[in-house]
Design a protein around this ligand. Sequence first.
Ligand SMILES: [Zn+2]
Length: 239
Amino acid sequence: MADQLDTLKRLQAIDGELFRLRKEEKEKPKELERAAAQVAAQEAAVKAAESKLTALQLTQKEKEGELQTREAQVKKLQGQLFQVKTNKEYSAMQHEIEALKADNSLLEEAILKTFDAVDQAAKARKAEQAKLAGQQEQLRRERERIERELSTIRAQIGKLELDRKTLTPDAPKASLAIYERILGIREGLAMVPLVNDSCGGCHRRLPPQVINQVYLKANLVTCESCSRILYFDEAHSKL
Ligand SMILES: [Zn+2]
C-alpha cells in the first residue's frame, strides 16, 4: 500500500500540473478578446469617419451644382437685360441680378467652408485608419504570442502525458480508478496530506480513527467530507 500511495502521489504531481496546463490552454485564447474588441470598435470609428466624409463630399457637390445653376440664371438675366422695354423693368431686373449675385457670393463662401470641412474629414479618416492599422498589427502580434505560448503548453502537456503513461501500470486498477474519479470531481487535486490532523484539501478536522488509518497505510483512506485520498507527510505534520 505504501508503494501504491507513492505511485499515486507521483501521479498527483503530474496530474496537478496537467490540470493547471489544460486550464491555461483553454483560457489562453481569451487573452485575445480585448485586442479583438479594440479592433472592432476602431473599425466602427473608421466607418463613421468615412460616412462623415462621404456626406460632406455630397454636400459640396450639391452646393457646386446649385452655384452653377444660379450663375447660369444670372447670365440669362443679364442677356435679357437688353431686351426690356422700360426703365422700371430694367431696374427691377438689375435689382434681381444684384440680389442673385449677392446670394451666389454667400454660396461661394459656403462652398469654401465645405472644402475645409471635407479636407478635415479626410484627415480624420486617415488618422482613424492609421489607428486601426496599429491595432490590427497589435492583434496580430498578440495572436502570434498566444500561438507560441499555446504550443509550449501543448508540448508540456504531451510530455506529462507520456510521464503519466509510464507510471499508471504501477498502480492497481481499482486504486487508480478511485484516484481518477476523485481527480475529476475535485479539479485536479485527489491526493492531499494530513495537515495538523485535518484534511489538506477541505481543511475539515478528521476523527482519530481516520488519522490512525492514514498512519497505518494499510488501505486507501479518503476524507469523508471531500472524498480526497489522504496521506501522511512529515512536512505537513505537527512539529
Ligand atoms: Zn477533505
